[in-house]
Design a protein around this ligand. Sequence first.
Ligand code: AGP
Length: 615
Amino acid sequence: MCGIVGYVGDEDCANLLVEGLRKLEYRGYDSAGLAVLGEKGLAVVRAKGKLSNLEKRLGEQPPRGATGIGHTRWATHGKPSDENAHPHSYGGVAVVHNGIIENHLQLKESLAKSGHKFSSETDTEIFAHLIHDEVERGLGLPEAVRAALKNVRGTYALAVVSENHPGMLVVSKNASPLVVGIGDKCNFIASDVPAILAHTRDVIYLEEGDFAVITKNSVQLSDLAGQKLERSVRRIDWTPTMAEKNGHKHFMHKEIHEQARALTDTIRGRASIEEGDVFLDGCHLDKKLVERLSKIQIVACGTSWHASLTGKLMIETLARLPVEVDLASEFRYRDPLIDKNTLCIAVSQSGETADTLGSFREARTRGARGLAICNVVGSAIAREADDVLYTHAGPEIGVASTKAFTTQLAAFFLLAVRLGRLRGTISQEQGRAHLQALTEVPLLVERVLKYEEQIKQAAYKFSQSRDLLFLGRGPQYPVALEGALKLKEISYIHAEGYAAGEMKHGPIALIDENMPVMVLAPRDSATEPGVNYEKILGNIHEVRARGGRVIAIHSEGDEQVPRLAEAAIPVPQTNPLLMPMVSVVPTQLFSYHVADHRGTDVDQPRNLAKSVTVE
Ligand code: AGP
């Protein structure tokens, strides 16, 4: 959950490191720092708080040097402070680290016994001491880092520089992401691609246990034992601007508005309307394999878990295959019933979420086949999967997930149609109809954006609420959960998503004029209102009868629901299983404008980080 960047070449690199860290702030932003190797040796500058504090401390004359590493932190051990900020250095060795050293206390104790003094509360600092001692024993930097890593148990993306080894970066990766960027007479490292896109699009995604010695002209890959490795160089097609805000006030706003394009990119090349079938690149799900499946087990966290609840409905409806959905943090330790006839699907935008990765590994250890639905190419979960279904949402920088959610739904729908066709539960004709409807969803999502002003007015009206309930039924129930998560994580208003049918079993006691209720109330389909719609009308009456204030999301043309709501937001209609991709957009915009109106840090909400790579 921290961001690392590094450079080795011929140019002074302090400003380049800061610019790279700026693109990684979404990975953590409670402190930042950099270390540069120059003629005067090692210079380390660190600052608590946002990157702008580091820039102030660097001033007009940042340290000069053509080898350097930088870090933006999300605290796991030791509070946010100057002393706990990375890089940590000792005796001319500086390190930056993303991950957790599980045996750091024992190592610290043993180092202290041999006279080491520590200046921070972090686990990371021991790397500098361990490596320094090995260098003192006469080892070269690569060997010193290998020797140090042999003592360490835990997760890391680690980058090291040393005064005795100018022009060299040594890095290693275990469970936390790290990429190497290949430049022209210079090379880069970073936790994520946006940090180096302005300089190169040719990257190597390091794998678990990879080790690299990097100079301006070479990248020598090996494993920890020193065995040489080869890794493919991937060409990243994201332009630097894609990772910028494109004129939007916040990344989140840009990403909400990008959803039509993201959905189109996710569907493109996969939905064959002519065949009434789906081509899932990266997935080897054939008839023989699918026929032996007894169930699907999905593991995910947060927004990805909400998407998975909808994915369950899609797969069970179209493919008639039992689907279980677990919170990854719960699944992993409940001794789950998994065997070789299970398909385990790990859903993760970042592909690095520790709970999801751990659960995915657990399921696969028990014999399950592993399919990943991820947004980041080459991410840890994607690399460990047997099959990968990438959402092509592009970089999602805002901590609050938006386009990842809708593209995950599109991926699930494609998978559900494919499974249905392989299992013979849907005909070619039915497949054609489903895929035709899916290809129209991006246009419907784009159409919702024209109601943004109306949504903003509703948001401003309710922006001072202390609490807010979201209600939905059937496919709209996960949307209610997702809407509540969006609102709470960026506006800090307490919000809860509930199955509307559950209101009478307790939550209705909360209803009064101080408890606004957002109701997801589209018609079930274009042809008929449907049972969920009829029932949710009843729920709206129950809320109103107790003085509750209703904000309703309803189908365009519906006249019943708007009459019952203080604020009504229309959405275009599509099939019930596809409707969540459309009805979630007003909840995203509502939450965004509430938060923006309240002045919270929409892209980097307090206490959160974009990728939760610790348990
Ligand atoms: C969603 O807005 C949150 N940022 C969070 O719940 C997120 O969905 C969760 O941490 C899972 O992340 P992942 O999809 O990268 O695994």
